[in-house]
Design a protein around this ligand. Sequence first.
Ligand code: NAD
Ligand code: 89V
Length: 366
Amino acid sequence: MNAKNAGAKRFRGGLTGCGFFSRNHLHAWQDIDTAEIVALCDADSERLQATGQAFGIERLYTDAAAMLSAEKLDFVDIATTAPSHRLLVEMAAHAGVATICQKPFALTLADARAMVAACDQAGVPLMVHENFRWQPAIQAVGRALQDGLIGAPFWGRVSFRSAFDVFSGQPYLARNERFIVEDLGIHVLDIARFLFGDVERLSATTSRVNPAIAGEDVATILLTHESGVTSVVDCSYASRRVQELFPQTLIEVDGADGTLRLSADYQLEIHNRDGTHRQTVTPPPLAWASAPWEAIQGSVLNIQRHWIECLRNGCEPATSGRDNLKTLTLVEATYLSAREGRTVTLKSLEEEATVDTSGSLSAVSR
Ligand code: NAD
Ligand code: 89V
């Protein structure tokens, strides 16, 4: 613990889901001296044991309910895939434990709304681990826009185009009927919301290029933001570029007083009346980082630090469950627009939510 944090409360967490991505969470927790993962849970006992051994965590559970009742936790970090999220989040809410949940928060808006309601009713904080906006380069773009360096933005493009083999690390992605929008587009849409604000309407096309997978691997989405900005969100896992850029998100913004470009290799260029300013916004040099994941790993550390600050200060996380409902609604709207070939107004999807008699929210989805 460094001098600044000496005497500060150390938040005790339990992590559920010791799979492919969890090691990034666990390494990041080790870098945060005011947090400690004291217990692990995974239904797969081999994975559980291996992860416990790798990270020096001895209190191991194959059942999340058992972990919650045996441990005195300040928070749980749910790093499982989406089908288990509602059960695990509601379980934590009923136990009165603050909760982080990996993205995609849910596979339906109904499940997402139910989780937000459960945590609200229990009075526990809920954050979705929507980390892409926490990458240093994306934060730098956000700061530049907020500082007015290019004046009021009127147009933007947020783009992720790659042919990286995500399926070897995450084989379930090849089997999901919904692929790129639900898994990756969700990050890119969240960045568009982060930079340009909430969305009034959108229209989208999707297609599948790779015949070996079940879902779509290309999506192009035209968004009209409430702020008046028009943006294009485009993502592809079928783009064989000269330089493979995974997992970089490229950004273009035109404003009333200038332009901003985040190009390959984290090159940020801001052009305005004062001239052209260039900087490289590389990911932080973490001891546990591994190529090409450095930017994502840096964002994991940043979002988890933010969570601990929020627990300490009682503030709502930037990507709270409530906030993430809006990103998830963009995902639903994208699929609906692509399926029906029409523009979708976000309000119309929000209004489809109805309160059922049990008090939980439900919505028509898919
Ligand atoms: P994974 O399948 O490798 O691991 C999930 C683990 O959860 C498995 O070990 C499984 O046994 C365990 N599990 C599932 N249900 C459980 C339950 N009810 N109780 C206890 N254990 C349970 O998945 P992954 O690739 O690590 O992905 C996990 C999540 O992280 C996904 O939602 C994925 O979208 C997300 N992810 C996010 C990023 C990012 O940058 N934000 C990157 C990769 C993956
Ligand atoms: O964020 C994710 O869930 C990952 C990746 C960045 C590889 O798309 O699937």
